[in-house]
Design a protein around this ligand. Structure first.
Ligand code: SF4
Length: 449
């Protein structure tokens, strides 16, 4: 394979590509919240369908026609309660759910007119007051004298803990990081969860009481599964995923500025001052999922001049939804499909570009090998399960993820699991919440019957 080489330029990576005011605008809320009047008008577009397809499409089964009817009747608090009954993280899900492929795609108004009821925005409207108050609308159940160990303070673990608290079961959450919230705190694009929303939602959930969080405690490093099984009445594993996948190309770990997108997004989410974050002039992202879209869009918002996403297959196979792809493209991101990375190039120890092969079956032979030069390469090609953290426990896994039944019971007695660490999960906040809720109900039934 040969390709003509241009002399590589020195990497152009520096902080402060944009001033603070511009960055503030760029990272403002993606969608402004609905006013009370807008919410009522939108709610009245709903047909309040019987056997509503939107509800069936919701992984947590929220009674969508009921909460929309409550908004239409001016009962915002009741609407919020209807949502929280099924999904205690309904506030975050209203912001980050791919509604265009879930409830809104199923809405009969989408099917008939191509214009669904904006369920996500109505859900945000309904849940906002309770989160603002910072108080769970549920009372903690009478203490039953049982204690559950939960691994991971992400959506699955928090939903599990809250549901257990309602049942009167205490929980202790072991969280590897310093902050609770999981991907909501460290992983989701900043413009989807402004104003420290993830942290405020955690406080809202913890306000029910009976939930202790121990930070800096990782499974397999600081706590062992067999100790948790011995010391607690049950264990719920909601630890998310382990390390990120590598491209498997030479020089990947040696070259400077080949960066794991997950790490950079976490740094961005925790940055107090975005002007201090180093940003490449030309950014290349390899991947086709939500993380790839998030890093690409955010790089553009941080002031990168050019951002290219390279994906080895076509748009049909891409995990990112058409809505997300459109968001990337309207933000100025160029998406190159059928681009299979073949070699990383560097100059003076720093990354300078990637040679790709056109992976399309009907590809134009003259364009079969091409190079994209860039200052930074973000890899976003998925994460692996972390079976090593299970410490040799005899728990059934598949493709590195824990196998569970429909009640989220793992193969090991007294152990339940949910969220991204289980096999067959959808890698969505809403699915993790459902897992946590179902597991808690199963745990409570097992411990309290
Ligand atoms: Fe309302 Fe659409 Fe759901 Fe029907 S499918 S209940 S119109 S939101």
């Amino acid at each position: 394979m040969t390709i003509a080489a241009n002399p590589p330029a020195a990497s152009d990576i520096r902080p402060g590509r944009l001033d603070g005011e511009t960055l503030k605008d760029n990272f403002a809320d993606l969608h402004a919240p609905l006013t009370a009047h807008e919410a009522r008008v939108e709610a009245e577009r709903c047909y309040f369908c019987f056997d509503a397809p939107c509800q069936q499409a919701c992984p947590t089964g929220i009674d969508i026609p009921l909460f929309i009817r409550q908004i239409a009747a001016g009962n915002r608090t009741g609407a919020g309660r209807t949502i929280f009954d099924s999904n205690i993280m309904g506030g975050m899900c209203a912001r980050v759910c791919p509604t265009e492929t879930l409830c809104e795609e199923a809405c009969v108004r989408e099917v008939a007119e191509g214009k669904p009821v904006v369920i996500g925005q109505l859900q945000r409207h309904a849940t906002e007051p309770a989160i603002e108050r910072g108080q769970s609308p549920y009372a903690r159940g009478k203490p039953a004298g049982k204690r559950v160990a939960i691994v991971g303070a992400g959506p699955a673990g928090l939903a599990c803990a809250h549901e257990l608290a309602i049942a009167g079961v205490e929980s202790v959450i072991f969280e590897a990081r310093e902050k609770a919230g999981g991907l909501n705190e460290y992983g989701i694009a900043a413009y989807k969860t402004v104003d420290d929303f993830a942290a405020r939602e955690v406080e809202f959930i913890l306000s029910i009481g009976g939930i202790e969080i121990r930070r800096g405690q990782a499974l397999g490093r600081d706590v062992r599964l067999e100790d948790l099984r011995r010391d607690y009445d049950a264990v719920f594993l909601g630890a998310g995923l382990g390390s990120t996948n590598k491209l498997g190309l030479p020089k990947e770990t040696e070259l400077e500025n080949v960066i794991d997108a997950v790490d950079y997004i976490a740094a961005l989410r925790q940055a107090k001052d975005l002007t201090a974050l180093p940003v490449g002039r030309r950014v290349l992202v390899i991947g086709g999922g939500m993380t790839a879209i998030d890093i690409a869009v955010q790089s553009k918002k941080l002031g990168a001049e050019t951002v290219t996403m390279a994906y080895r297959r076509g748009p049909e196979q891409m995990k990112a939804s058409p809505y997300e792809r459109e968001l990337a493209q309207t933000s100025g991101v160029v998406i190159r499909y059928w681009a299979r990375p073949m070699a990383l190039e560097g100059h003076a120890g720093a990354f300078s570009g990637v040679v790709f092969e056109n992976a399309s079956e009907d590809g134009d032979a003259s364009r079969s090998v091409f190079r994209i030069e860039a200052d930074v390469l973000f890899t976003a090609i998925g994460q692996r399960g972390a079976p090593e953290a299970l410490d040799g426990a005899e728990i059934k896994t598949k493709d590195g993820r824990i196998v569970v039944d429909d009640q989220r019971r793992a193969s090991l007695k007294g152990v339940w699991a949910g969220g991204d660490c289980v096999f067959g999960g959808q890698d969505l906040t809403v699915s993790a919440v459902e897992d946590g809720k179902q597991a808690a109900r199963s745990i409570a039934a097992a411990l309290l019957s």
